[in-house]
Design a protein around this ligand. Structure first.
Ligand SMILES: [Zn+2]
Length: 141
């Protein structure tokens, strides 16, 4: 695993406004410090550069691991994971209350692999939605 400088980590954190770039939960509402993730994992020749890094919560990062995509049940083909640097969140996902609804094959495989709507996550989101504190993220989300 490559060294990520404090400066680069800070840039990624500030760019994401302390928001998980996959599930859109703010760092303030999560017990573990968010991590800097290689969007294209190093295992697949992903570089440690600004354009290949994003901020993720513990769950998104663990469930993603070194995956780069999966078989999409809708199109019955391989689809890549959502890329927070080159794609718009709202093009691939929508919110229906606490549920993250997938709009595309990319959205479906990301929701599936990262388990964006598992019971634990839905419960965590429910209170934040009622308080108007979910979702978070840069305006382009
Ligand atoms: Zn997340």
């Amino acid at each position: 695993m490559s060294y990520i400088s404090d400066q680069l980590r800070q840039l990624v954190r500030e760019r994401a406004i302390n928001c998980c770039e996959y599930c859109r939960l703010h760092q303030d509402y999560h017990p573990f410090t968010y991590e800097v993730d290689h969007i294209l994992p190093e295992k697949h020749r992903g570089e440690t550069i600004e354009d290949n890094l994003c901020l993720t919560c513990f769950e998104c990062n663990r469930f993603k691991g070194s995956d780069i995509g999966s078989f999409d049940i809708g199109t019955r083909t391989f689809a890549p994971l959502f890329n927070p640097r080159s794609m718009d969140w709202s093009e691939h996902f929508a919110l229906e209350g606490t549920l993250i609804v997938s709009l595309t094959a990319i959205g479906r495989v990301t929701e599936f692999l990262l388990r964006l709507n598992n019971e634990h996550r839905l419960k965590a989101r429910a209170e934040l939605v009622s308080l108007g504190r979910y979702p978070c993220g840069p305006s382009r989300l």
